[in-house]
Design a protein around this ligand. Structure first.
Ligand code: ADP
Ligand code: MG
Length: 261
């Protein structure tokens, strides 16, 4: 399936080492290859510390490869190219909820009347109506993460880069936002690069799942998720879903244990 897609994200022989003064370099990624097609949802799973966040930050342009390349192809000049959602809450404490969500729209010079409507819509979709004027210090961790999600979604970028965006949320809200994300991707074409360590979430949301080795991270295996769209969470009950989860977990367990040696 993926073979017929136009590549949107292309990672070739990507290596990344953290240079640390006075001690050895930490090689996080080693000759990693991965292609994500236009409109595809690809999840990356792998043991803790294998370089998933590093890969995402390189794609976001925040860290420069120490070897190889990582590129995201721009096609639609009218749409922002990328919006990242990080693992840790990355919202500004001195701005209200609505001003945090509005941030990228202001930067893109979207007129106020339009940005007001979009900000309102997304605040409501992530369940924060009533908290528009609140400051982050008055929000729980999960609420801050919802602000970060709304700030990315409101931009409707070509590519969403998401690093364990639901990890800090309680189980119910996590499910609600997984469904919301499924819906968003079915409404409009997004290319999504999604880091998670939750296999259930990866299978429910993805077209393909890349399994990384323990550090230094490489792509060990890419799994096709055999379900089309639209999807509903009922998929979880299907035997193919359960079998794929077991298959991936068998390999992931090996990496987690190998990585501890
Ligand atoms: P993951 O997201 O898969 O848990 P990371 O990409 O955060 O992994 O980290 C990969 C490896 O790089 C880990 O061993 C981590 O300790 C190391 N690392 C991450 N950030 C830094 C840094 N700023 N300096 C040195 N080492 C780092
Ligand atoms: Mg990480």
């Amino acid at each position: 399936m993926s073979v017929t897609l136009t590549p949107k994200i292309r990672v070739e022989s990507l290596s990344y080492s953290y240079r640390r003064r006075g001690s050895e370099d930490v090689q996080a990624l080693d000759e990693l290859n991965l292609t994500v097609g236009k409109g595809e949802f690809v999840s990356v799973v792998g043991p803790s510390g294998c370089g998933k966040s590093t890969l995402l930050r390189v794609l976001a342009g925040l860290q420069r490869p120490t070897g190889g390349s990582a590129g995201v192809l721009r096609e639609d000049g009218a749409r922002p190219l990328m919006a990242p959602v990080f693992q840790e809450y990355s919202i500004f404490p001195w701005r209200t909820v609505e001003d945090n969500v509005r941030l990228g729209l202001d930067a893109a010079k979207v007129p106020r009347a339009e940005s007001n409507a979009r900000v309102r819509e997304w605040i409501s979709r992530v369940g924060l109506t009533g908290f528009e004027k609140a400051y982050p210090s008055h929000l729980s961790g999960g609420m801050k993460q919802r602000v970060a999600l709304a700030r990315a979604f409101v931009l409707e970028p070509e590519v969403l880069l998401m690093d364990e965006p639901f990890a800090a949320l309680d189980a119910q809200l996590r499910k609600v936002l997984q469904e919301e994300l499924l819906g968003i991707c079915q409404e409009r074409d997004y290319t999504v690069f999604f880091v998670t360590h939750n296999l259930d979430e990866a299978i429910l949301l993805s077209d393909r799942i890349a399994l990384m080795t323990a550090r230094p991270g490489r792509v060990e295996e890419v799994y096709d998720v055999p379900f089309g769209h639209p999807r509903t969470p009922d998929l979880r009950k299907s035997p193919e879903f359960v079998a794929l989860e077991e298959q991936i977990w068998d390999r992931l367990r090996g990496e987690v244990q190998g990585g501890r040696k």
